[in-house]
Design a binder for this molecule. Structure first.
Ligand code: ATP
Length: 372
């Protein structure tokens, strides 16, 4: 499939509602063939960004450009139908009175293509999403996953230069969601699509996308590959979103280069600064449950704790332990621990990420209280 553009460039894109920024200053260049995930918590501006791209929402600031072989063209001034993008949303919006075949063929018929061409491309799209057996059924006779496949076939049959997907799997059960995830990635690759995919599910975003855009309160927090975001979240909000379940507010007692000695909660730990930290600063120390290890011996970065809650998760246990000051720590282990067990925990300094905390910003614990 020809992408129709080499790059799509969002330049300072913003959208306000009643004087409040839903999305601000979004700069992003999408290369043809890329799979981009827009990721963030509810209300962070993901759908707003997608709708601005689709042309369903006018921008309040900024512009969107397509670079083609013959130069750059501004597209945010075009209506949705002139942009040539395909859209797949969580409510599939299939025509209920039309068969699968007719749903998929509809857009091609609107383009007044020959009957033979419509039949050929429809059959090909239905084959790609593996719905050959169901072509004559109505949407109401299909499962949720099958309906979602029809929605995808209907979008890709038009060979769009860009496919926009807004939480397309959120109505499906866990097993089907995993299957469709693989399907979406397979289609993206085999058709050479360029895809922008909105989700609040970090696992989905990490597994699907070539690059992720993490949004918070309408602003980009970080843009990077799954590896970048997984290993080096830019701030503690991104870390929180990337599975760093343990966030402890501490004080930087000493800082030299990126090595920081942390104090607080009755602990003294060595961590790694992810951006410059000065001695005396309030910081957030973040570590993933899988990087909190149960150890025998004494040594650096040890934490004594008592096991509080144990959840069986197959080969591993998910454990919540409490430190002497009552701080809960989440860890994963294959040791058969039980509530009440005394444990010594260790965290490698390079796995304990340290972020400065802005004075005006709420602490992770305050946010957790609001959310909880
Ligand atoms: P979700 O995952 O819950 O769909 P989201 O990240 O997609 O969230 P948006 O739908 O983009 O978030 O909304 C961003 C902000 O803009 C929210 O605060 C929302 O209340 C606001 N907003 C979105 N659409 C409108 C609208 N039509 N009128 C007023 N405010 C809006």
């Amino acid at each position: 499939m020809t992408p129709g553009f080499q790059e799509l460039r969002l330049d300072g894109v913003g959208r306000r509602f009643s004087g409040k920024d839903a999305l601000a200053d979004l700069d992003l260049t999408i290369r043809a063939g890329e799979f981009i995930a827009l990721l963030g918590p509810s209300g962070c501006g993901k759908s707003t960004a997608l709708n601005c791209l689709a042309g369903l929402l006018p921008l309040t600031s900024g512009s969107i450009w397509q670079r083609r072989s013959d130069g750059e063209k501004r597209i945010d001034v075009l209506p949705p139908e002139k942009r040539g993008f395909g859209m797949v949303f969580q409510n599939y919006a299939l025509f209920p009175h039309m068969s699968v075949r007719r749903n998929v063929a509809f857009g091609l018929q609107m383009r007044r293509l020959s009957k033979a061409e419509v039949a050929r491309r429809t059959a090909e799209a239905i084959r790609l999403v593996q719905l050959e057996e169901h072509v004559d059924k109505l949407p109401g006779q299909l499962s949720g996953g099958q309906q979602q496949r029809v929605a995808i076939a209907r979008a890709v049959v038009l060979e769009p230069s860009l496919v926009l997907m807004d939480e397309p799997l959120s109505n499906l059960d866990a097993k089907l969601r995993l299957e469709m995830r693989t399907e979406i990635r397979r289609l993206h690759q085999s058709l050479g699509l360029t895809t922008v995919y909105v989700t609040h599910d970090q696992e989905e975003a990490l597994s699907l996308a070539d690059r992720l855009v993490v949004l918070r309160a309408g602003r980009v927090q970080q843009i990077g590959t799954p590896e970048d975001l997984h290993a080096r979240p830019a701030n503690w909000h991104v870390a929180d979103f990337m599975g760093f379940r343990n966030m402890v507010e501490m004080t930087a007692a000493q800082a030299s280069g990126d090595e920081v000695v942390l104090e607080g909660e009755g602990l003294r730990l060595v961590g790694t600064a992810m951006s410059p930290v000065e001695a005396g600063a309030s910081v957030v120390a973040a570590v993933r449950p899988e990087d909190v290890l149960v150890v025998e011996a004494d040594g650096q970065n040890r934490i004594t704790a008592t096991v509080d809650v144990v959840e069986y998760q197959g080969r591993e246990l998910a454990v919540e332990a409490r430190t002497g000051t009552g701080r809960a720590l989440h860890l994963r282990t294959d040791q058969r621990l039980a509530p009440g067990d005394a444990v010594t925990l260790a965290v490698a300094p390079e796995r304990l990420l340290v972020y400065p905390r802005e004075a005006a910003e709420p602490a992770p614990s305050e946010l957790a209280e609001v959310a909880g």
